[in-house]
Write a protein that binds this ligand. Structure first.
Ligand code: PLP
Length: 394
C-alpha cells in the first residue's frame, strides 16, 4: 500500500513543469532560438565570480572532513552570525546567530515553518492570490487548510477588508510573498502596516498567536522599491529566505528561517522550528554552501539584467495592446489574457511557440505569468510572436 495523496502529488506534474518539458521537446524539434520559453523561474544571471572563487578556496584550503561533515542541526554558528551581521547592517536590526536556522532553500524553510506552528488538523493558513502554487502542497501535506484571499486588482496589493474577514479562531498563520511570484508586486509599507494591525487585533480577539510567514526569496530582486522588512512591523513574523534567486544558486539548496527575538517566546518557537526540521528529516543544510554563505552573506548576482528585461518586455507588450501589471521586483510579468479562458489563450500562444504559464493555479484566472529570467535576446526575438498573438484578437 502507498499513500494515494503522495502518489497523486508525485505523478501529476505542475502546469509549469509540464510546459517546461514541452519546451524542451519543442526546442529539440525546431531549435532553441525558435521557442520562447517563459515558463520557469530559473535565474538566467550567473552567480558572481566571487562565489566560484570562494568555493574553490574552501575546497582547496579546508579539510574535506570539515567541509563535507555534518554541521549543527540548525547550521554552523559562523554562517548564522554572518547572516545576522549582514541583516543588522542593512536593516538596523539586532539579530544574533541564535535567530537563524539554516535550511535547504525556501521550500524547506516554508514546510518547516508551517509544521512548526500547526497545532491542530483544522488549522488554517491564509494566503493572497496570486500565490506561489506550492503553498497549497506545503500546507495540505502538513494537514492544514489553505485559505486564499481573492486578488485585488489592478494593483495586486492586499485587500485588507477581505483579509480581516477571512481570519477565524483556527487561523495559525498568514503566508505572504513580496516581491511576489507571480505578480512581481512588492507589498507597500501601508499594506504591511495594515496587515500587522489586523493581525494584532485578531490575536487579542482569539487569544492565540497568528504568525506571519514571510516568504522572501526575491527580497533583493527589486527595482527601486525596497520591500518593508516585516519583523519591524509585526513581532510574530517568521522569515523564510533562500539564496536560490538572489545568488543564482537554486540547485544548491541553501536558505534559512529567521525567528526574531522580539517575538514573545521566540526561543520556544525557534525550538519548534528545530523540531520541525528534525521531523522532516532536514538534519543540516548543505555544509559546503553554509561555508560559502559564511563568507559571502549579503552579496547578490548582477541583478541589473532583470531590470533591463522587465523594461523591454513591459514596453513591448503594452505597446502591442496587452495589459500588464508593472513589476516592482522578482522576475515575473503578470499579463491579462485577451479572453476569459486562460487555457485557450495559452494554447493560442503555444501556436507561436510562446510558453506562458496560465495563472489559474496561482488563484488568478484571466492572467498569465511570464518569467523573464531569460536572455534579453530571447525577449527581443519573442516580440514578433507576441505580435501574432495580439493579432488573433483584433
Ligand atoms: N517561494 C517562492 C515564491 C518561489 O518562487 C520559490 C521558487 O521558485 C520558492 C519559494 C522555493 O524556493 P527554493 O528554490 O529556494 O526552495
Amino acid at each position: 500500500m502507498i499513500s494515494e495523496k503522495m502518489y497523486k502529488l508525485g505523478s501529476n506534474r505542475s502546469v509549469i513543469r509540464e510546459l517546461f518539458e514541452f519546451g524542451k521537446k519543442r526546442k529539440a524539434e525546431i531549435g532553441d532560438d525558435n521557442v520562447y520559453d517563459f515558463s520557469i523561474g530559473n535565474p538566467s544571471v550567473p552567480s558572481p565570480k566571487i562565489i566560484q572563487d570562494t568555493l574553490i578556496k574552501i575546497l582547496s584550503e579546508q579539510e574535506p572532513t570539515a567541509i563535507h561533515g555534518y554541521t549543527s542541526a540548525q547550521g554552523d554558528p559562523s554562517v548564522r552570525k554572518a547572516i545576522a551581521d549582514d541583516l543588522n547592517a542593512r536593516y538596523e536590526t539586532q539579530f544574533t546567530a541564535d535567530n537563524f536556522y539554516m535550511t535547504c532553500g525556501a521550500a524547506a524553510s516554508l514546510t518547516i515553518s508551517i509544521r512548526a506552528v500547526i497545532t491542530d488538523a483544522a488549522d488554517e493558513f491564509i494566503t493572497f492570490a496570486p500565490f506561489f502554487t506550492e503553498y497549497r502542497v506545503f500546507v495540505e501535506s502538513q494537514g492544514g487548510k489553505l485559505v486564499v484571499v481573492p486578488p485585488k486588482e489592478p494593483d495586486f496589493q492586499i485587500d485588507l477588508k477581505q483579509f480581516e474577514e477571512s481570519i477565524t479562531p483556527k487561523t495559525a498563520a498568514v503566508i505572504i510573498n513580496s516581491p511576489n511570484n507571480p505578480s512581481g508586486v512588492i507589498y507597500s509599507e501601508e499594506t504591511i502596516k495594515g496587515l500587522a494591525a489586523i493581525l494584532e487585533a485578531k490575536e487579542k480577539e482569539y487569544h492565540r498567536e497568528i504568525y506571519l510567514i514571510s516568504d522572501e526569496p526575491y527580497r533583493e530582486i527589486n527595482y527601486g522599491k525596497v520591500p518593508p522588512f516585516v519583523t519591524k512591523y509585526y513581532n510574530n513574523s517568521i522569515i523564510c529566505y533562500s539564496y536560490s534567486k538572489s545568488l543564482s544558486l537554486p540547485g544548491e539548496r541553501i536558505g534559512y528561517v529567521l525567528v526574531p527575538n522580539q517575538m514573545k517566546d521566540w526561543q520556544k518557537v525557534y525550538a519548534a522550528i528545530c523540531g520541525s526540521g528534525r521531523s522532516l528529516g532536514f538534519i543540516c543544510a548543505p555544509s559546503l554552501f553554509q561555508k560559502l554563505i559564511a563568507q559571502t552573506a549579503g552579496l547578490t548576482s548582477d541583478l541589473s539584467i532583470y531590470a533591463k528585461n522587465r523594461d523591454l518586455l513591459y514596453k513591448g507588450l503594452t505597446s502591442l495592446g496587452f495589459s500588464c501589471v508593472y513589476p516592482d521586483g522578482a522576475f515575473y510579468l503578470f499579463m491579462k489574457t485577451k479572453e476569459s479562458d486562460t487555457a485557450a489563450f495559452c494554447e493560442k500562444a503555444k501556436k507561436y511557440d510562446l510558453l506562458l504559464v496560465p495563472a489559474d493555479d496561482f488563484g488568478c484566472p484571466g492572467y498569465v505569468r511570464i518569467a523573464y529570467c531569460v536572455s534579453t535576446a530571447m525577449i527581443e526575438r519573442s516580440m514578433a510572436a507576441f505580435a501574432k498573438l495580439a493579432d488573433e484578437y483584433k
